[in-house]
Ligand binder design. Structure first.
Ligand SMILES: [Zn+2]
Length: 394
């Protein structure tokens, strides 16, 4: 087992790990919609709701006075004042500047979220032989990054990496977010992750029981989609496709992650697209994975390097045909394809894009562009951070 660590000074993040331009909002998963409307509220419930409301308004870098918070959230000025005092006491906001009003009169004090007031531990299990851990602040800036190289990822590796990140934290920890391949339910159990060899692993409970810190677990493609959506365009319907050993997809439709009734939405790798195709590890022939997985494509190219261009073009076209249905079903307007750039290169993306546009109705959907993730290999980490922050500040 080998490790590598990349330290970056707090408050002085390098541009590669910085997300200063983000215009994100706190993510609210669909299953919570309407939940509060059927309950009666205690004064404590109302106080918590007003507090979340104020934080949501200030997130990520908005500057507001007490009067602004009262007006925008619809609460009384005295309630807004109480919330601001409580948040100042908790260190979650700070007085940022004094806005001078026009003409004579008392200056108004403005407040801003204290982004470094809490830290979040993130572990990404997306890579087969590498665990990536990060310590972030409240707005997704990576302040510490640790990679753990392993033969096969085990739960002990995850627990150990969380422990190392916890030991380096220099602010109170808000929560832990774990991003796993496979089918992950809403309770933090990884039901099936064939690439990890995991079945029914209660990962969230294991981490939370050991460290006593609230922990959530998400499908890695779903949170990568969330990360790209939060970072690039909050108005888009987005599909994020990850090609590695398998094929996984995450979609954001009307501002929500699509999870499905079995938490299996986006598991498109074993959909048969060529009945006469080669045998898949699932026992069927011609699954999408047999045509587009990076592992398969690499093996085919190594066997006959002179056919590289044809192999990549065909694979991109196969994926594009499948994506055209997904795009039409959900009116997707932002398509992200992620994978090892040695294989998932410009030629692959161009071929996928051409194929998509050949198979959909341009009058209805316009021309679809396909892109690499804007966050590079940090999409899952950033998305997991946004989901975790959303749990606590929502
Ligand atoms: Zn299959």
């Amino acid at each position: 087992m080998t490790t590598s660590t990349n330290h970056s000074a707090r408050g002085k993040q390098p541009s590669a790990d910085s997300v200063d331009r983000i215009d994100c909002r706190l993510y609210e998963p669909p299953r919570h919609a309407g939940y509060e409307s059927v309950r009666s509220f205690s004064p404590e419930d109302i106080r918590k709701r007003n507090r979340r409301s104020a934080l949501r308004l200030l997130y990520p870098r908005r500057l507001l006075s007490r009067a602004d918070i009262a007006k925008l959230s619809g609460i009384s000025k005295s309630s807004a004042s109480d919330i601001v005092s409580a948040l100042l006491e908790d260190g979650l906001i700070r007085e940022e500047c004094v806005k001078q009003k026009h003409g004579p009169g008392k200056p108004a004090v403005a407040f801003q979220l204290a982004a470094d007031a809490r830290q979040i531990i993130i572990v990404d299990l997306s890579n087969e032989h590498k665990l990536v851990g990060a310590l972030t602040n409240l707005v997704g800036d990576i302040q510490q990054r640790i990679e753990l190289h392993v033969e096969q990822i085990t739960t002990d590796d995850v627990l150990a990496l969380v422990g190392r990140l916890r030991d380096t934290a220099d602010a109170p920890l808000l929560g832990i977010g774990l991003s796993s391949p496979g089918i992950v339910d809403g309770q933090g159990t990884v039901h099936a992750a064939p690439n990890l060899g995991w079945h029914n692993v209660p990962l969230g409970d294991m981490v939370e029981d050991l460290y006593g810190i609230p922990t959530r677990v998400d499908n890695n493609a779903n949170v990568a989609a969330l990360g790209e959506w939060q970072f690039v365009d909050l108005t888009s319907n987005l599909a994020y496709i990850r090609l590695a050993r398998g094929v996984g997809a995450g979609t954001i439709v009307n501002g929500c992650i699509v999870e499905g009734s079995r938490f299996a939405a986006g598991e498109i790798g074993h959909v048969v697209v060529d009945e006469q195709g080669t045998m898949c590890r699932c026992g069927k022939r011609g699954c999408l994975e047999t045509l587009t997985s990076v592992e398969r494509l690499r093996a085919r190219i190594e066997a006959d390097p002179s056919q590289r261009e044809r192999i990549i073009t065909q694979a991109g076209a196969s994926l594009g045909r499948v994506l055209s249905l997904m795009i039409a079903m959900n009116d997707i307007d932002d398509v992200v394809i992620d994978g090892d750039h040695e294989i998932i290169d410009d030629l692959f993306l161009q071929s996928a894009q051409f194929s998509i546009n050949e198979h959909i109705n341009e009058e209805l959907f316009g021309r679809i562009s396909v892109r690499y993730p804007r966050l590079g290999n940090r999409s899952s980490i950033f998305g997991e951070c946004m989901a975790t922050v959303g749990d606590h500040l929502r």
